[in-house]
Design a protein around this ligand. Structure first.
Ligand code: ADP
Ligand code: MG
Length: 366
C-alpha cells in the first residue's frame, strides 16, 4: 500500500518538498543555565526533507538544542529560522513543530485514535478540519505507523514500541513543518529499537518530513540518518554523512566516539608513531611530533604469530554478537587493546602473539 498525505495535503503543502533548500537554519546559538553554558555557539543547517541525527554523549546539549528549535526554551544569543523565515516571536504552536520525547505521555484516558486526533481537534474552528476528516486522517496515520485496527485501544493496552508509534502518528497529525524526536526509542529494548529504527527510516522515505532525531547511540544515528551532527559539550564537532564521519573523524572527540575504539597514549617522533616503545607505523599527515592519542578500532589491527608485529599478549577473548574480539596488552602500554579476532580457534588467554597495525588514527594531544 502506498501512503498518501492524509487529508488531501499534497507534497509541499506542509512545507517540505524534498531537496528544496534549508529547512532549519540554526546560527550561533548560545544558551546558559545559570553558570554553565549548555550551547556554546551552535550553527547547523538541516536540509528540507532530510533526516538529521544529532549524536552526542549525555549532557552534550542535544535536548537543549531540540527544545530551542521547537520554541520550548529561551536562549541567550543566536537565531533559528524555518524555511528561511525567522522563528523569533513565534509560539510553539505557530512554528508547526511535531515533537516526540523518550517518555511520551500519551493521554491515558483517550483511545489511540483520540490521541492521534488530539492536535487537530484542539485547533481553532477556523483551521480545524471537519470531524469526519479528522477521523479519516487519523486512521490513515495509524495505517502509516502500522497500527491499523488498534484505534480503539488505550495506551495501557499497547507495548512500549506501539506507544511510541502512536506518539509519532500524533506528532505527524498536525502536519508539522519539522519533526523533532528526542531519543524516541531510548526506553525500549535493543531488539525493538532496531526494528523501529528501520521502520522510521521507511516512514521518512515516504513522508519526506524534515526531521531531527536525537540519540546517544552511534549505531542508531549512522543507520538512520542522511547526515549526522556530532555534539560535545555544547559544540558541534562535525556534521556529515555517516560514511564520511566514520571514515574521517575530524577531531579527537569524534574519533573517540565513533567506531568503538581503544584510546591509546602514543608518541609521535620524526613522523613515526611509537606505542610503549615500539614503532607502529608512519604518523598521518599533519600530526606534529609530541604526545598524541591513537584511537584504534577493533578492525584497525590484527593478531599475527609471535615474532611478527609488535610483541603482545592475549589477555582475554570476548565473544559478542559482532564476532570474537581479543583483548591484548603490549609491553610498556597500560591500556588493553581490543582487536577483532576472526579466527580464534586455538587461541588462549596468556598466549604470546604479535600485533600488526593496519590503520593509524592519531590526533595530537590538547
Ligand atoms: P543531552 O540531551 O545531550 O543529554 P541536555 O541538553 O539535557 O543534554 O543538557 C545539557 C547541559 O545543560 C547539561 O550539563 C545539563 O546538566 C544542563 N541542563 C539541561 N537542562 C537544564 C536545566 N533545566 N537547568 C539547569 N541545567 C540544565
Ligand atoms: Mg537529552
Amino acid at each position: 500500500m502506498t501512503w498518501r498525505a492524509p487529508g488531501g495535503i499534497e507534497a509541499g503543502a506542509a512545507g517540505q518538498p524534498r531537496g528544496g533548500g534549508v529547512g532549519i537554519a540554526v546560527r550561533g546559538l548560545v544558551k546558559s543555565y545559570g553558570a554553565g553554558a549548555a550551547l556554546k555557539g551552535v550553527s547547523l543547517d538541516v536540509e528540507r526533507g532530510e533526516l538529521l541525527a544529532l549524536l552526542g554523549p549525555s549532557g552534550s546539549g542535544k535536548t537543549t538544542l531540540l527544545r530551542v528549535i521547537a520554541g520550548l526554551e529561551a536562549f541567550d544569543e543566536g537565531s533559528v529560522a524555518f524555511d528561511g523565515a525567522s522563528t523569533a516571536g513565534l509560539s510553539v504552536g505557530e512554528r508547526g513543530v511535531g515533537f516526540v520525547f523518550q517518555h511520551y505521555a500519551l493521554f491515558r484516558h483517550m483511545t489511540v485514535l483520540d490521541n492521534v486526533a488530539y492536535g487537530l481537534r484542539v485547533r481553532p474552528r477556523r483551521t480545524r478540519p471537519a470531524a469526519a476528516e479528522i477521523r479519516r486522517r487519523s486512521l490513515a496515520l495509524l495505517d502509516l505507523v502500522q497500527l491499523g485496527g488498534l484505534e480503539r485501544r488505550y495506551p495501557a493496552q499497547l507495548s512500549g514500541g506501539q506507544r511510541q508509534r502512536v506518539a509519532l502518528a500524533r506528532a505527524l497529525a498536525i502536519e508539522p513543518r519539522v519533526l523533532l524526536l528526542d531519543e524516541p526509542f531510548g526506553a525500549l529494548d535493543a531488539r525493538v529499537r532496531k526494528d523501529l529504527r528501520r521502520w522510521l527510516r521507511e516512514i521518512h522515505e515516504r513522508t519526506g518530513q524534515t526531521t531531527v532525531f536525537v540519540t546517544h547511540d552511534q549505531d542508531e544515528a549512522m543507520e538512520l540518518a542522511d547526515r549526522v551532527a556530532i555534539l560535545d559539550a555544547g559544540r558541534i564537532e562535525q556534521v556529515g554523512r555517516p560514511a564520511d564521519i566514520y571514515a574521517a573523524p575530524r577531531t579527537a572527540f569524534v574519533a573517540s566516539f565513533v567506531g568503538d575504539p581503544t584510546a591509546l597514549g602514543v608518541t609521535v617522533a620524526a613522523g613515526r608513531v611509537r606505542l610503549g616503545g615500539f614503532d607502529v607505523g608512519a604518523a598521518p599527515a599533519g600530526v606534529p611530533d609530541g604526545p598524541a592519542r591513537q584511537f584504534l578500532r577493533p578492525g584497525d589491527a590484527a593478531l599475527v604469530p609471535a615474532g611478527g608485529g609488535v610483541p603482545a599478549r592475549v589477555e582475554a577473548l570476548l565473544w559478542a554478537s559482532r564476532g570474537v574480539r581479543a583483548e591484548v596488552s603490549v609491553a610498556g602500554s597500560a591500556r588493553r587493546i581490543e582487536v577483532d579476532c576472526p579466527d580464534p580457534a586455538g587461541l588462549r588467554a596468556g598466549d604470546a602473539v604479535g600485533l600488526r597495525f593496519d590503520h593509524l588514527r592519531v590526533y595530537p594531544l590538547g
